[in-house]
Design a binder for this molecule. Structure first.
Ligand SMILES: Cc1cc2nc3c(=O)[nH]c(=O)nc-3n(C[C@H](O)[C@H](O)[C@H](O)COP(=O)(O)OP(=O)(O)OC[C@H]3O[C@@H](n4cnc5c(N)ncnc54)[C@H](O)[C@@H]3O)c2cc1C
Length: 593
């Protein structure tokens, strides 16, 4: 077997172990890839239950007041530090333990509510929202999800108040996008009482200010010469813990402390293992799912700020004796930001609700949310920047800071390229396995026809049936029908790609990008339709007329449907061959051999 093939088999085996833990309820995204519209997960539009709404309203009011009075994003950016008083205040208003159980001092709120809090912070200061995410969304998440009662009792009370801070340390020089390639070693001691950790981590938010770090390191797999990743709780007072660089100077989110540290023969008690031994990668990916959800919330907040800034300027700045907002090319930018901000909020709410409602596997949805919202925010900031013209370039306005701050979003917590490929491949696995079953049986009929028959009927069923999109409002039926037809077309395109390319599709990222792009817009459109439907129903009950947001929803759906059609038609009509030839020539790669 060639080196490339061995690596491929290793990756496939790793992914299978990680992602497919056994039979699970069919989620929305996996359903899409099979040609189904699994309405229960997305309709009706989810709401924070009344019992939590009161606590959420109280938290939001406290958070807003605190941020109004004490948060100065300009000073945080200039001084490249979030003042301790701000961190203490965030702890006091509950932001550092929003979802932690009340028994450990947290607010006990659900993920949907947490996203509303993060949206508020994200609308004002990206440094602060990334800091809160690093601490709460990922830093203490493994402890919340996988910690034993004793571990939670020991560590959580001080972490949820901000007296102590958390960090999540996965990335290393050799393990960036390739997170499974962690090199930090954790060797068990002779008596089995502790592990001895050695290695270095880089780009870790809060590294030098954290009191507890969730660290991923390699442990031996008993009875084999293999190693697997395990999650450990590490504290900086452990001998051998060395900060190599506390605050790496950087372009944006300058208030966060992004650092490098080394562990040199650091003894970590076995009681500090989080989750099962050897399952650290699964722990890490689950933690990142939560991080990606609040990522969506922060981007939504920032996009709403872009809209507010763009509208303010377009309504006041005059050129050619007109306000800028009278020009159609400016209107176009504002309409796009408004539509995308509406969709980002809807998508964040629905994705968070999947977690709250106990869907076991929401990896594709969180990946879609992360890619979609970070790309849309980048565009929104660029559009708002353009509307401000030269003035945006100067540091007395927030847009130049927002550009610098937002650039990390497409890279951190899984780069958008890696996640795009992930969305397509994990999504296509279900129908891909069914085709494999049919194909293998055709080659070897002696295997028995039962499974292949079931697989064939599944594929055929999805191919002939246009899924029903059950909107309540009669005004939205036409959008619902269009969405159903697009899902049918998407399913057809996925089937066709799987039949045409078979296993090589694993390397065909240009095909994957179109499939993931269509899937993302199908999910975004679904979320928008669900939200719009709920708002129309509420407006009807209250006798209100259609609010402005519904123009945004209408415009979003039209654009989104257009993008889906484009992604699907580009699967058959594209310049991929020329693109790859050009890139290969530039890279000096000879693909003819
Ligand atoms: C400010 C900041 C804060 C961070 N905070 C944390 C933290 O708190 N904890 C933590 O563990 N990590 C953290 N990170 C690390 C972050 O998660 C990584 O930077 C990210 O995962 C990408 O890894 P990398 O930088 O090594 O890029 P690389 O892995 O070298 O990738 C570079 C680029 O190559 C492309 N690429 C890579 N693989 C593929 C592929 N398979 N297909 C197509 N394209 C590909 C992508 O465009 C990618 O952007 C932080 C990083 C920054 C900059």
């Amino acid at each position: 077997m060639s080196e490339v093939e061995t690596q491929r088999q290793k990756e496939i085996q790793q992914a299978e172990e990680l992602l497919f833990a056994g039979p699970q309820a069919l989620g929305f995204a996996k359903g899409l890839f099979q040609g189904h519209f699994v309405a229960d997960w997305v309709m009706p539009y989810p709401r924070v239950p009344a019992a939590q709404q009161t606590e959420l309203d109280k938290t939001l009011a406290e958070v807003r007041q605190f941020l109004d009075e004490h948060l100065d994003p300009v000073a945080i950016d200039r001084q490249a530090e979030i003042p301790r008083a701000v961190i203490d205040g965030l702890g006091r208003v509950g932001v550092l333990g929003t979802t932690a159980p009340v028994e450990f001092g947290g607010r006990g709120l659900m993920q949907m509510a947490n996203c509303q809090v993060l949206e508020e912070i994200g609308s004002r200061c990206a440094s602060t929202s990334v800091f809160v995410n690093a601490h709460h969304s990922i830093g203490i998440r493994a402890l919340l999800l996988f910690g034993t009662h004793e571990q939670k009792q020991k560590w959580l009370p001080k972490l949820v108040t901000g007296e102590q801070l958390g960090a999540f340390a996965l990335t290393e020089k050799e393990a960036g996008s390739d997170a499974a390639n962690v090199q930090m070693q954790a060797r068990p001691s002779q008596d089995g009482s502790h592990f001895i950790l050695n290695g270095e981590k880089r780009y870790i938010t809060n590294a030098a200010i954290a009191h507890v770090l969730t660290v991923m390191a390699r442990t031996p797999v008993p009875g084999s010469d293999k190693t697997a990743i395990t999650a450990f709780l590490v504290t900086p007072d452990m001998p051998g813990f060395t900060i190599l660089e506390a605050r790496m100077p950087k372009m944006g989110i300058r208030g966060t402390a992004t650092g490098r540290f080394a562990l040199r023969d650091v003894k970590v008690p076995k009681e500090n293992i989080l989750g099962p031994m050897g399952k650290g990668l699964k722990v890490a990916l689950t933690v990142l799912d939560f991080g990606r959800t609040t990522f969506g919330a922060c981007c939504t907040g920032a996009a709403k700020t872009c809209l507010r800034l763009a509208v303010e300027h377009a309504n006041t700045r005059k050129q050619f004796n007109k306000t800028l907002g009278e020009f159609h090319l400016v209107k176009k930018k504002i309409a796009r930001i408004a539509a995308d901000a509406y969709a980002m909020e809807a998508m964040t709410t629905i994705t968070a609700s999947l977690i709250d409602r106990g869907l076991e596997d929401y990896m594709i949805e969180t990946a879609m949310l992360k890619v979609f919202t970070t790309e849309r925010l980048w565009e929104a900031i660029n559009e708002a920047f353009q509307i401000y013209g030269g003035s945006a370039y100067f540091v007395d306005l927030p847009l130049e800071r927002m550009v610098r701050d937002a650039r990390i979003n497409q890279i951190g917590e899984g780069s958008n390229e890696v996640l795009t490929s992930f969305i397509a491949l994990v999504g296509m696995r279900g129908p891909g396995m069914e085709f494999k079953e049919i194909y293998d049986t055709m080659l070897k009929p002696s295997r028995g026809l039962g499974k292949a028959w079931t697989a064939g009927m599944h594929r055929l069923g999805a191919a002939v049936r246009i899924p029903d999109v059950p909107v309540e409002s009669a005004d939205l039926r036409s959008f619902g029908n269009q969405l159903g037809r697009l899902i049918w077309r998407f399913n057809f395109a996925v089937n066709r790609a799987l039949i045409a390319y078979r296993e090589p599709i694993l390397d065909m990222q240009l095909v994957q990008e179109r499939i993931a792009g269509a899937a993302m817009d199908l999910f975004a459109s679904t979320c928008v339709l669900s939200r719009w439907d709920a708002e129309l129903q509420a407006a009807r009950r209250n006798g209100d007329s259609a609010p402005l947001e519904h123009h945004a929803a209408d415009f979003f759906l039209r654009r989104s449907f257009r993008r889906i059609r484009r992604c699907l038609s580009d699967l058959n009509d594209n310049d991929d061959t020329a693109l790859l030839a050009t890139a290969n020539a530039a890279l000096g790669q000879d693909r003819s051999k």
